[in-house]
Design a protein around this ligand. Structure first.
Ligand SMILES: [Zn+2]
Length: 362
């Protein structure tokens, strides 16, 4: 049994060999007009390549500024001279009182999604923001490091960028970046023509709306085909807004689709969705990140998830029912079949959708 799983794990990984880049850094730290320092690609960087990983110089939990200043001063004393220099030369958006705290707050990245613990890094904290980023930053809890992966091909001379916030319309993004980091974003997403910005804002609002709807557990329970339809719609909007490189947003969306499927007993599609989430995670975080490994295991054993069959068994399938002989479009059609059979769109009324999820065998 164990041998069987290992073989399957190996076969899953074959399509996703780590992307190898030269041993020397693929970037250089340079002054960038109007932005201070930033990272510039020294060579073409492949999608899925690891750009760098670093351990934090300092980490801290939320606390009042006075306490934070004392905490950081004490930790700073314990660092080497070189590490102290690296921290003290980071940008401080709010110079004046509490210099350590404000330098920390200007640069800290959360140690994991939603974590209130922040960390600062010698090089990673030089990476500037873009609302259409080409890279993804991730806290790897296993190795205790922050990693940066290219989520799209990056050309020589192009700046390496990550997102500092959670998106929203241009106006929302600009206000949040100004308040937290005191800069006006001039990224490609914010510098579009007025009409392109209006179209982008519509997509950003739709992304938020779909995301909220997908996260509604009562909808997932009572109208799962509609929730899946929202996943499919979200995928389309993300692809359009991020030119086909939506990175971890796609990994999360496929995991949502996995959860909807497995909660109604559809092991076959749950496995296929988990595999897609795994493939997206490999690009964003590498093969060895804990979340990538979790998706890989769920692709192989979807029924081990805590919500397996939690809502119903009305979509019951065995994992062996994942079609092996279907190509791109046909597989795609099979994958989203629950949507075409049952769902209505987010804009449809509740009355229209009451009978949308009838019992059926597949
Ligand atoms: Zn921007």
């Amino acid at each position: 049994m164990v041998v069987g799983i290992d073989t399957e794990l190996a076969s899953l990984a074959i399509d996703n060999d780590p992307v190898n880049q030269p041993d020397q850094p693929v970037f250089e730290v340079k002054e960038i007009s109007g932005k201070g320092k930033g990272l510039i690609a020294r060579c073409d960087i492949l999608q899925g390549a690891r750009i760098l990983c670093e351990k934090p110089l300092l980490i801290a939990h939320p606390m009042p500024l006075f306490s934070l200043e004392q905490h950081l001063a004490a930790r700073l004393k314990e660092l080497s001279k070189e590490s102290q220099r690296q921290f003290l030369t980071l940008h401080n958006n709010f110079p004046g009182k509490f210099p350590f705290s404000h330098t920390f707050k200007s640069n800290a990245l959360p140690c994991g999604p939603g974590s209130s613990t922040g960390g600062v890094y010698p090089t990673i904290c030089r990476i500037n923001h873009s609302c259409i980023p080409n890279s993804h930053n991730n806290w790897d809890s296993k190795s205790g490091q922050e990693t940066i992966y290219a989520i799209k091909p990056i050309k020589t001379g192009e700046e390496i960028t990550i997102p500092y916030n959670n998106g929203g319309t241009r106006e929302v993004r600009q206000a949040s970046l100004k308040q937290s980091f005191d800069f006006d974003c001039g990224c490609p997403g914010c510098s579009r023509s007025p009409s392109a910005i209006r179209e982008s804002d519509v997509r950003r609002k739709m992304i938020q709306k779909l995301d909220d709807a997908i996260g509604d557990p009562s909808r997932m329970q009572g109208r799962p085909a509609d929730s899946l339809k929202d996943c499919q719609s979200l995928l389309e909007v993300l692809e359009e807004e991020f030119d086909g490189f939506a990175g971890v947003l796609v990994a999360r969306l496929y995991y949502d689709a996995f959860q909807i499927s497995i909660a109604h007993g559809d092991q076959a599609r749950a496995s296929a969705f988990a595999r897609r989430s795994y493939e997206s995670r490999v690009i964003c975080e590498g093969e060895d990140s804990p979340e990538t490994q979790r998706m890989k295991l769920l692709a192989l054993k979807p029924a081990t998830h805590s919500s397996a069959g939690a809502f119903s068994q009305k979509w019951k399938t065995a994992i062996t029912m994942v079609p092996k002989d279907l190509g791109g479009a046909a597989f795609q059609e099979w994958l989203w079949q629950r949507v075409s059979q049952h769902s209505c769109t987010l804009s449809d009324t509740d009355e229209d959708s009451n009978s949308s999820d009838e019992e059926a065998d597949y």
